[in-house]
Design a protein around this ligand. Structure first.
Ligand code: NAD
Length: 231
């Protein structure tokens, strides 16, 4: 069965990585406009570099939880019938064992050179303005997709949504587009849709089925069901 799974910050919450909106619309005490837009970066680049350096260190200290691990087990069973699309910039899916992961909003572990456009592994804390490993200019920024920027691999994601039989959204508030619209695309092409979330989201009414609860519980239970059904 072809499945597309979309994950959001909620799947990493039980690993101790705070979500985006849970604390009154602030991300780790910062306004989203200040740390997640190109304009915020222009206004105060050092603050933004320090912010993502801190997020990267915190994510590195976190461990995958049973929800990440369950999705890795599902990939082992389904192989390329499963596409895991994440809005998360941490690498907890990979560290749990998933290999087919699309980071549509980029990755904390990567840097993007504003001079030559190369994407590379972060060579050192970006607040130190290390040189780009490709062109040598000191113009690296986090390779994270900010509001107003184009997410990565949308064509591949849209094609997978059009071809899937099941679309599952996990731990995402349904407030950030285009990801929040994936349920529409999947539905239009005839897929069944399932939402797994702690509480209802802004798009819950669009799903065929909604299961509420902590990701470590509901994702593990859903994966166990899928593994039993495809045994
Ligand atoms: P969000 O913060 O807007 O929403 C989080 C969702 O997770 C909510 O629906 C909430 O009910 C749910 N949730 C909270 N705890 C949960 C749990 N234990 N189990 C299941 N669900 C739980 O997140 P979003 O929709 O992913 O959008 C936020 C944006 O911020 C993304 O673009 C992402 O790149 C970025 N972000 C990423 C991380 C990360 O990489 N871990 C963390 C914070 C923000």
């Amino acid at each position: 069965m072809r499945i597309v799974v979309l994950t959001g910050a909620g799947i990493s919450a039980e690993s101790g990585v705070p979500t985006f909106r849970d604390a009154g619309g602030l991300w780790e005490g910062h306004r989203v406009d200040d740390v997640a837009t190109p304009e915020g970066f222009e206004r105060d680049p050092d603050l933004v570099q320090r912010f993502y350096d801190a997020r990267r260190h915190a994510a590195a200290a976190a461990l995958p939880n049973p929800a990440h691990e369950a999705l890795a087990r599902l990939e082992q069973r389904l192989g390329d019938e499963l596409l895991l699309v994440t809005q998360n910039v941490d690498d907890l899916h990979e560290r749990a064992g998933s290999t087919r992961v699309v980071h549509m909003h980029g990755e904390l572990a990567a840097a993007l050179c504003a001079s030559c456009g190369a994407r590379s592994a972060v060579p050192a804390d970006l607040a130190e303005w290390p040189p780009c490993p490709v062109c040598g200019e000191r113009m690296l920024r986090p390779d994270v997709v900010w509001f107003g920027e184009m997410p990565y691999e949308l064509d591949r994601i849209e094609a997978a949504l059009a071809a899937c039989e099941l679309f599952v959204a996990i731990g995402t508030s349904g407030a950030v587009y285009p990801a929040a619209g994936f349920v529409w695309t999947a539905t239009e092409h005839g897929a069944r849709t399932l939402e797994l979330n702690l509480e209802t989201s802004e798009v819950s009414s669009l799903f065929d089925e909604v299961r509420l609860g902590a990701a470590s519980v509901v994702v593990s239970a859903w994966v166990d069901e899928m593994l039993a059904a495809t045994a």
